[in-house]
Design a protein. Structure first.
Length: 87
């Protein structure tokens, strides 16, 4: 499980992509916790949305209010957080 915390900015996008790519290629289950996220950049939400579209075993756990707010602003709440635990 990967844990995203605090301000997750565009500067973290390449690092997150590098961590997730091998898991996606190997078709391994991917769980991401966002409970500690206080702010998240659109690029990170886009990366997670793309991941959810391509990896059937993708799961968000313990989503933070800031994460939910970000996906709501992008109109992706139902799509991205449908399997996520409530904050």
């Amino acid at each position: 499980m990967l844990v995203l915390s605090e301000d997750f900015t565009i500067a973290h996008a390449a690092e997150l992509h590098a961590a997730l790519l091998p898991l996606a290629i190997e078709d391994k289950p991917i769980a991401i916790e966002t409970q500690a996220v206080t702010s998240i950049h659109t690029s990170i939400v886009q990366l997670l949305f793309s991941l959810k579209q391509s990896v059937p075993q993708f799961e968000l756990r313990s989503v933070s209010p800031a994460f939910v707010g970000a996906v709501e602003r992008l109109g992706l709440k139902t799509t991205l957080t449908s399997s996520a635990a409530k904050p």
